[in-house]
Each structure stands twice: as C-alpha cells, then as structure tokens.
Ligand binder design. Structure first.
Ligand code: 13P
Length: 229
C-alpha cells in the first residue's frame, strides 16, 4: 500500500523537520511494509534519507529560468527529490491550472524518471449530474497523460470530499476505482477526508492501492496510525 501525506500550505521548515523525524520513527518501529510519501510545502522541502520519501507538491516544467514564483528541476535536485504531485484539485480550481499545463509538467518530469502522483476527481456538480457526466469529466483529466508510465501513481480525490469530512460510500469508492483501473493499471490512491477512523475500511477495498491524506496527516500521530493499517 502507498500511504501519502499532502501537507499543503502547512508546517514550517522547522515543524516539517520534526514531523519527518517522528514519522521516520513511526515507520521504523511499526515495521510497516507500506510505502510512505510526504509532500511538504515548497519552503519546507528537506534532504532526507530514510524510509519516508519526500516529494514536491508542484514544480514547473523547467530546469531553471525566468518563471517568477515557480521552482524547477534544479531546486528539487538540491534536495534529492524525485517525486512530484500534480493535478491536485486545489491547483486545478483555485490556481486555474489547465490540463495542458499539467501535461507539460507530466511529460517534463516523466522524461526525468520522476515518480508522479497525478490527481483526478470531480466537483460536486459533476457528481450530481450523474455517472456518465462524472466519468466524462474525470476521463478528460487523463487526456495527454501517459497512463502506462511505469512511475505513475494516480490519486482519485472527489473535490467535494476534500477537507469536508464527507466521503463517498465505500461501495462508491470501489466502483469508481474499478472504472478508473480500466484507464490505467497504475497504483490508485483514494483521497478526500481519509482519517484514522475510516482509513482501514478504505484501504481494504478492491482496487484501492493506498490513500492520499490531507488534514488528518497534519498530526503525525494520526498519520502514523493510518499507515499502521
Ligand atoms: P483532506 O484529507 O483534508 O480531505 O485532503 C485530501 C487531499 O486533498 C489530499 O491531497
């Protein structure tokens, strides 16, 4: 299983250092076989050697250059980062990142062999519009993405379930994951209000290969409980 934490715009560098140290302890003592990924904020990226793998929440498709406010390959390399997360709904919706821009990032970091956690998911109005329209919406998020890329991990995160405490039913998650597995055999994570209380049952579902956790991962003890499942 892949257990991933998206720390979003939380935890300073000092807090992240402490977090990773405690998480590493948890991984070692629990002897979990799970793969553990953590995506800190950009200014909290660290060089880390251990079982926990650190990744970046975003990166521009460039080595360096004149792209104010962005970071590129050189900045990731400085910390030995070889994993990125792209396509998160907060970037698609709040920061207006287009599918075209995501494809550029995907191809750039794919050519470098990065592990790419690629997020997809529908907003509430698409879910309410019925299964067909919802699947069409999610399918469009696969456009231009090499779904057979060997270092690809996909995260299905219904937008309306993110940070709301709401989740689809277990049956729903399983059904959507099964449909998405037909598009790509890549490991498929579920994200959206995963907590200590529901992680075990979500992880037990067919075609769920892990979870991507936001709020509940901010407390290292909670995230530790989740990855012990
Ligand atoms: P929450 O776990 O806070 O719902 O966030 C999920 C998420 O967006 C992970 O990328």
């Amino acid at each position: 299983m892949i257990i991933a934490a998206n720390l979003k715009t939380n935890l300073t560098r000092v807090e992240t250092q402490k977090y990773i140290k405690e998480l590493e302890k948890c991984v070692q003592t629990s002897q979990t076989q799970n793969e553990v990924l953590v995506f800190p904020a950009m200014s909290s990226l660290l060089e880390h050697k251990g079982k926990v793998i650190l990744g970046a929440q975003n990166a521009y498709a460039t080595k360096n250059g004149a792209f104010t406010g962005e970071i590129g390959l050189e900045h990731l390399e400085e910390f030995g980062i070889k994993t990125i997360l792209i396509g998160h709904s907060e970037r698609r919706h709040i920061l207006q990142e287009t599918q075209e821009a995501l494809v550029k990032k995907f191809n750039f970091y794919k050519a470098l062999g990065f592990t790419i956690v690629y997020c997809v998911g529908e907003p509430l109005e698409k879910r309410e519009a019925g299964k067909e329209e919802m699947m069409e919406y999610i399918s469009a998020q696969y456009e231009g993405i090499d779904t057979a890329y060997e270092n690809l991990i996909i995260a299905y995160e219904p937008v309306w379930a993110i940070g709301t405490g709401l989740t689809p039913s277990l049956e729903d998650i399983e059904q959507i994951h099964t449909a998405l597995k037909e598009k790509s055999q890549a490991p498929l994570l579920y994200g959206g209000s995963v907590k200590v209380a529901n992680a075990k049952e979500v992880l037990a579902l067919h075609n769920v290969d892990g979870v991507l956790v936001g709020s509940a991962a901010l407390d290292v003890n909670d995230f530790c409980e989740i990855l012990k499942n």
